[in-house]
Design a protein around this ligand. Structure first.
Ligand code: SF4
Length: 289
C-alpha cells in the first residue's frame, strides 16, 4: 500500500484496510480543522489505487472484511471511479462485508438516488459526516460550507438508499457566547437525522488554524471542562432520536460516555451531572485530537 501524508480514519475503522483514493479534503476550509491543511486536494489515478488493492490482497490474503476509502470526503469521487474500486475490493476480498467513507453534504447531494443505490449494492454502506453544529451561525463562522438543513437532507437521502450513517457533533464549537444555541440546534439537527451512530467530540484549538486566530483575537472563547459537560447535557436532554448508538469516548473528550439512545439517556445525563458535581474531568495531558 502507498499512502501520501498523514492518514485519518474513524476509530471504528481501526481494523479496516485503508485505501487512499483521494489526497486531502476537497473543502479544506473548516476553521477548526487541521487534518489536511498540508495537502492540496487531488484524486489519485484509479489504476494506481487498484494496484494498491491488489498489493494488499497479496500481503494480507483474501480474508479482509472491511475497507475504508481515504482521505477526506472520498464520496466526492464519481460513481464510475468508486464502482471500479469497489469491484476490485470485492474481487480481491471475497469476504468483504462493508466499505466506509467520509462524506460531506455536497457529495451526497451530488449523487442521484440510483447512484447511491449502486454504491450500496457494491457494499459501500457506511459513511461518516461531520455535522459539527446544527446552528447555521456557528457553521458559517467555522466556514463549514453547508447549512444544517443541507446536512440533514444529505444524511436522510443516503440512509434512505440503505447506507448507515455516523454523525459527528463537535462540542464547544459555539464557544462561550453561543453554546446554548449550538447545543439546542445540534440536538434538533441530529434528531432530524436519526443517525445509526453519533459521536460527540470536543473541539481542540490547533495552532495555525483560523480557529486559533479567532481564539487569539478574542472572537472565540473556549469553554471550560465544566461548560463542555453542561453543553453535552443540554444537547442530550433535547435529543429525540429513535435508535442511535452514542459515543463521547474520543480522546478529545473530558467525560467519556457510551450508550444507546434514547434508552440510556437518563444514565448518560446522570453521569454528566456527577462529573460536574465532583469536578471529575479527564486531565488535559490525557486528552488528544
Ligand atoms: S472538517 Fe472535514 S470537511 Fe472540514 S476541512 Fe476538515 S476534513 Fe474537510
Amino acid at each position: 500500500m502507498r499512502y501520501e501524508g498523514n492518514i485519518f480514519r474513524p476509530p471504528s475503522e481501526a481494523r479496516s484496510l485503508l485505501v487512499q483514493a483521494t489526497v486531502g479534503c476537497s473543502h479544506n476550509r473548516c476553521a477548526f480543522c487541521a487534518m489536511y491543511r498540508d495537502k492540496r486536494f487531488r484524486v489519485r489515478p484509479l489504476e494506481e489505487v487498484l494496484e494498491d488493492v491488489r498489493s494488499a490482497r497479496r500481503h494480507y490474503g483474501p480474508g479482509l472484511r472491511r475497507a475504508f476509502i481515504c482521505d477526506g470526503n472520498a464520496l466526492v469521487l464519481p460513481n464510475r471511479y468508486l464502482v471500479s474500486l469497489l469491484e476490485e475490493l470485492a474481487g480481491s476480498f471475497p469476504e468483504l462485508q462493508r466499505v466506509g467513507v467520509y462524506a460531506n453534504a455536497r457529495d451526497i447531494a451530488g449523487k442521484t438516488v440510483p447512484e447511491l443505490d449502486e454504491l450500496v449494492r457494491h457494499r459501500l454502506t457506511m459513511f461518516y459526516l461531520g455535522l459539527e453544529s446544527g446552528s447555521d451561525r456557528v457553521l458559517a463562522r467555522m466556514d463549514k460550507g453547508a447549512t444544517a438543513d443541507e446536512m440533514v437532507s444529505a444524511v436522510n437521502k443516503a440512509q434512505a438508499a440503505g447506507m448507515k450513517s455516523s454523525v459527528i457533533y463537535l462540542l464547544g464549537l459555539g464557544g462561550r457566547q453561543d453554546w446554548r444555541e449550538h447545543a439546542l440546534a445540534s440536538a434538533q439537527a441530529v434528531s432530524a437525522m436519526n443517525p445509526n451512530y453519533l459521536s460527540a467530540l470536543t473541539v481542540t484549538v490547533v495552532p495555525g488554524t483560523p480557529l486559533a486566530a479567532m481564539l487569539e483575537s478574542g472572537e472565540f472563547e473556549l469553554p471550560s471542562p465544566e461548560e463542555f459537560a453542561l453543553e453535552l447535557k443540554l444537547f442530550l436532554e433535547n435529543l429525540a432520536v429513535r435508535a442511535t448508538v452514542f459515543r463521547s469516548n474520543h480522546a478529545s473528550n473530558y467525560v467519556p460516555l457510551a450508550g444507546r439512545l434514547p434508552r440510556d439517556r437518563d444514565r448518560l445525563v446522570a453521569e454528566l451531572e456527577s462529573a460536574i458535581a465532583h469536578h471529575r474531568f479527564k486531565p488535559e495531558y490525557l486528552r488528544g485530537l
